[in-house]
Write a protein that binds this ligand. Structure first.
Ligand code: FAD
Ligand code: DHB
Length: 380
């Protein structure tokens, strides 16, 4: 088999990259280890920056997003028993859109022509520093195959194999917190997101639609789902959010550890890394998906210049440009995480409150936070 770009991974990064490349007239084949149903059912992020919405609309993927996406002009911080609204639109002129990652993936799969190769295994990358790299894999029917290509895009997430083919330096930080997340069939308790700092721990109120609420609780890294029967989750949410939540049937329940990770560089020869394969951020601040979309928006331009016009400028600068963006997101997500979570350390506890009080009382501090949140603080 032959293609121009072999895309490893059918998460949002890989699917969007293949879509953008095909719009430019390039040929891309996507390989994915999981089944289609699994990819479609993974519940993850939910906040889209305006820049992400622009990329999706310009790629012809805006129809359902414009119908079902919820535009939000602000969110609340709750601490010290009071609420402080961060008026995003007033402070920045921009708004965010609440639209689930699984909906973005559904839109991308609906548009995917041809479909990714789902259920593949034994994915191995070869000759990535030459002009003729290839990927070997076993397809869903057990047949061994070789995909010859001109470029490989490693979009296979944090646990993928692509990163292993790059001589990377990794910077990593584990946070002493995990998030227990639920998606519940119940109307949101408030019309906007609430980030709550409480002495019992952080809680986040978000949503997916007028009927679906997404909620998160800070839990200790060693806690298991069995420790959290549904009644306990709802009781804890009400205590921490300071808002009555109407319990509803759970569509999903999971625990995610919190980690920051950056692999440098994001390019090795003809292999380019994008999305979680190259970097992950702690989820506070909702940057992971937005970062992945911005990576592939630039990568699609770089590969179009390289493969259609023989110009390698954008391909050469891709790693530097996107690593700067990754570190901007790490900085913001780390600050949000440290400000909002309840540390066991009394010094950190007081620092969190001092940070929150500053944002609530200083327009300059609130504006800086709002700009980071909507993704407009610094250039691309
Ligand atoms: P992924 O979505 O991880 O996609 C990678 C794909 O590659 C997967 O489909 C995987 O099956 C496939 N793959 C893996 N190995 C191989 C292989 N060897 N060969 C072929 N395919 C392979 N971000 C937020 O902003 N807010 C959140 O609330 C939030 N919650 C999250 C919860 C969880 C459990 C996780 C894991 C992440 C969460 N994130 C969140 C982060 C956000 O979802 C990611 O940043 C986003 O999914 C990145 O997209 P991606 O396409 O780079 O990677
Ligand atoms: C959501 C996730 C986040 O990490 C965040 O900061 C805000 C919202 C969500 O899943 O809706």
């Amino acid at each position: 088999m032959r293609t121009q770009i072999a895309v490893v991974g059918a998460g949002p990064a890989g699917l969007l990259l293949a879509h953008l490349l095909r719009l430019e007239g390039l040929d891309a084949v996507v390989l994915e280890t999981r089944q289609r149903e699994h990819v479609l059912s993974r519940i993850r992020a939910g906040v889209l920056e305006p820049g992400t919405v622009d990329v999706l609309r310009e790629a012809g993927l805006g129809a359902r997003l414009d119908r079902a996406g919820l535009e939000h002009q602000g969110f609340s911080l709750r601490f010290d028993g009071a609420e402080h609204r961060i008026a995003l639109t007033e402070l920045t002129g921009k708004s965010i859109t609440v639209y689930g990652q699984q909906e973005v993936v559904r839109d991308l799969l609906d548009a995917a022509e041809p479909e990714p190769w789902f259920g593949v295994s034994d994915v191995v990358l070869h000759e990535v520093t030459t002009d003729r790299p290839s990927v070997t894999f076993t397809d869903a029917d057990g047949i061994a195959r070789t995909l010859h290509c001109e470029v490989i895009a490693g979009c296979d997430g944090f646990h993928g194999v692509s990163r292993n083919a790059v001589p990377v330096t990794c910077c990593e930080r584990a946070f002493p917190y995990s998030w227990l997340g639920i998606l519940a069939k119940t109307p949101p308790a408030h019309h906007e997101l609430i980030y709550a700092h409480h002495e019992r721990g952080f809680a986040l109120h978000s949503m997916r639609s007028p009927e679906l609420t997404r909620l998160y609780l800070q839990v200790a890294p060693d806690e298991r789902l069995d420790d959290w029967p549904e009644d306990r989750i709802w009781e804890e949410l009400v205590l921490r959010l300071g808002t009555a939540c109407e319990p509803g049937p759970l569509v999903e329940k999971g625990i995610t550890s919190m980690r920051a990770f950056v692999a440098e560089p994001m390019r090795h020869g003809r292999l380019f890394l994008a999305g979680d394969a190259a970097h992950i951020v702690p989820p506070t601040g909702a940057k992971g998906l937005n970062l992945a979309v911005a990576d592939v928006a630039l990568l699609s331009k770089a590969l179009t210049s390289l493969l259609l016009h023989g110009r390698d400028g954008n391909a050469l600068s891709y790693s530097d440009v996107r690593l700067r963006a990754a570190w901007r997101a790490e900085r913001f997500s780390t600050e949000m995480t440290e400000m909002l979570h309840r540390s066991a350390d009394p010094f950190e506890q007081r620092l969190s409150l001092a940070r929150l009080r500053r944002v609530a009382s200083s327009t300059a501090a609130a504006t800086a936070l709002a700009q980071d949140y909507v993704g407009s603080s610094e250039g691309a």
